[in-house]
Structures are given as C-alpha cells and as structure tokens.
Design a protein around this ligand. Structure first.
Ligand code: ADP
Ligand code: MG
Length: 317
C-alpha cells in the first residue's frame, strides 16, 4: 500500500492490537509484551501455604491504597491458584463495591459477624467476577459498631473468634483442601476497635504506604499500636509486608519516599511498587478490580507481581 494513502479506520483496526486504541504504538507494544508475560505467569499456580495466612491491611491514614491493595492483591492471589477471603472492615464498604458485592443495609455483613456473633459462613458471599474469591461485605451499619462494641464482652477478640470457628480457616490437617489460603482484612482509616479486632485476628500486617509527602507521618503511632497489641493481645502479630503504592516514577519525591521506606523497613518492603495509574483508580466505578478491568495494565501487572512476592516469601516464622 502507498504509505501516503489515507487509510480507513477499518484498515487500521485490521492491523491488530497496535492500533486497537488511542495509546501510542510503543505503549501498546509494551502492553502486549506485558500481557504475554502475564498470561505466562497466570498459567502457573503457586504452591499453597500449609496454614491459612491472615493478613491485616492497615494504616490509619485514609487514601493510602488500603482498599485498592486489598482487592487487587486478593484477585491477583486467585490468579496464582490461591483461595482467598476478603473481610471488608470499613463501613464505607469500598472493598465490597470494587468486588461487585451488594452491601446495602440489611445484607449479612461484618456487622452481624462482629457485633451479633453470626457465623462467618452466614455472612460470606462469592465474588461474581473472580473465581476463588469470597467476600464478607461491609454495610454502613458497621459505622455504629465502633461504639456498640465498647460494651460488648471480649470486644477485641470478636473477629478472631469468628475466624477461628470457621471450618475453612486453619491448618491443612483440620481445614482440609477447601481451606482459604489467604484472608485479607481491609481496615478503616482509624485505630479504633474495628482495626484492633483485625490486629488481634491476624498474624501478618500489610501496610500500604503512599509514595507522597508525609508518607511516614503517623506510622510511628501505628507501630506503637502494633507493639501494644503484640504485648497484650496477640503475640503472633508481625509487620510482614510493606507495599509502596501510587508510585509516580517521574517524580524524585516518590523515589525519595520509597528509599526512605526501604531504609526503615528493609526487606519487609516488597520489591514491586504499585504505580499511580488511572486504570487502577477507575476500576471500582465499574465494580471491578483492575485485575479484571484491565489485566494487561501496569497496575494489574504490578499487583500480580506483588502477590507473587507475598506467596514466595511465605508466612513469617
Ligand atoms: P484507602 O483504602 O487507604 O483509604 P484507597 O485504596 O481507597 O485508599 O485509595 C484512595 C484513592 O486513591 C482511591 O480513589 C483510589 O482509587 C486511588 N488509588 C489507589 N491506588 C491507586 C493507584 N495505584 N493509582 C491511582 N490511583 C490509586
Ligand atoms: Mg479504604
């Protein structure tokens, strides 16, 4: 064909993915190679832990990527052959939204689980779009739990009890083949009784840190709380994983923050940082994780890599 000839959209489309959307050919080529790599990765289920790992995703700061990381790591883990349960512990219910789980008032939720003592089985639903992923949604009722729990017996251990009583949580010997490999708890942006319940119920903490100004501010308070919990309520708890989120490779600030985080936390920081990406932030408005919304995007690939790191590292000993 004469290169100067004007081509129709249909002809361009026939050229394949290089012209499939508005991205530049180079960006598309990168994305294609990423996709190829990802499907290769996806084809390989990783070995399951011998005991359910309960990860608490917490940071009392809002907007650092707790919910985004919870839902995307959860979905990524299922792509690696793991069985996952997400517990939405934030009254906002953003994790429930992103996982396409109904969470209007009245739906059995974490509120009933923690406040009323309803069993985990009764409040768990399957994520319709991600195989191997179950969810306990949060409704707005949970907002009241923070206060209602104050007068409840054993108020800090309600979630722990609920998890312990479940037949699919625990070691392979008792929880069997159908056991959950990972339970991810998405905490609200505070250090109240809900977060405390999560810290008592889990053995590992995953702290997302936004690569921004003041990233480390407030972390001291979080780590003090962790120490307090270790001492009095849950000696198993360790900060196993730090994840740098919303990383903007173009700014020196982001690189500086990431470096500071690494100096402070060493190899507990995942090698994979999560880039700031529009695809990641728009996925929830389609009730999806970025893993299903745009599996070839850099955000999805990063979450998949991060999940692989978490699996490879294994539970802390
Ligand atoms: P938290 O749960 O800690 O409050 P969220 O996960 O809700 O934080 O994230 C806060 C905001 O930042 C949300 O609007 C989310 O879509 C956006 N966000 C999170 N991670 C990314 C990312 N990697 N790139 C772009 N936006 C992001
Ligand atoms: Mg959140």
């Amino acid at each position: 064909m004469n290169p100067l000839e004007v081509r129709t959209a249909a002809e361009l489309a026939a050229d394949g993915p290089l012209f499939a959307d508005e991205t530049t050919p180079l960006a598309q080529a990168v994305q294609d190679s990423v996709l190829a790599r990802q499907s290769a990765l996806r084809g390989q289920p990783m070995s399951r832990p011998t005991h359910t790992r309960v990860l608490v995703v917490a940071n009392q700061k809002g907007g650092v990527g707790k919910t985004t990381s919870t839902v995307n790591v959860a979905a990524a883990l299922t792509q690696l052959g793991q069985r996952v349960l997400v517990v939405d512990l934030d009254p906002q219910g953003n994790a429930s939204t992103a996982l396409n789980i109904e969470h209007r008032r009245g739906v059995p939720s974490t509120y009933e689980l923690i406040v009323d003592g309803v069993s985990l089985t009764e409040v768990t639903t399957s994520c319709p779009d991600v195989e191997g992923l179950d969810v306990v949604p949060a409704t707005i009722d949970l907002a009241g739990a923070e206060i209602e729990l104050v007068s409840v017996v054993a108020r800090e251990t309600r979630l722990l009890r609920a998890l312990q009583a479940h037949d699919r949580i625990g070691p392979a010997e008792s929880a069997g083949e159908e056991r959950y490999d990972y339970v991810l708890i998405d905490c609200p942006p505070s250090l109240g009784l809900l977060t405390l319940n999560a810290l008592v119920a889990g053995a590992e903490m995953l702290i997302p840190i936004q690569a921004e100004y003041y990233a480390l501010e407030g972390l001291g308070q979080l780590l003090e709380t962790v120490e307090m919990v270790r001492k009095h309520l849950n000696p198993r708890l360790v900060v196993s994983t730090i994840m740098v989120t919303m990383f903007d490779a173009r700014t020196r600030l982001a690189a500086g923050v990431a470096e500071e985080v690494r100096e402070h936390f060493g190899d507990r920081v995942l090698k994979t940082t999560i880039p700031r990406s529009v695809r990641v932030s728009e996925a929830p408005s389609y009730a999806q994780t970025v893993m299903t919304y745009d599996p070839g995007s850099p955000g999805a690939l990063s979450y998949l890599e991060a999940a692989r790191e978490i699996v490879t590292k294994g539970a802390p000993t």
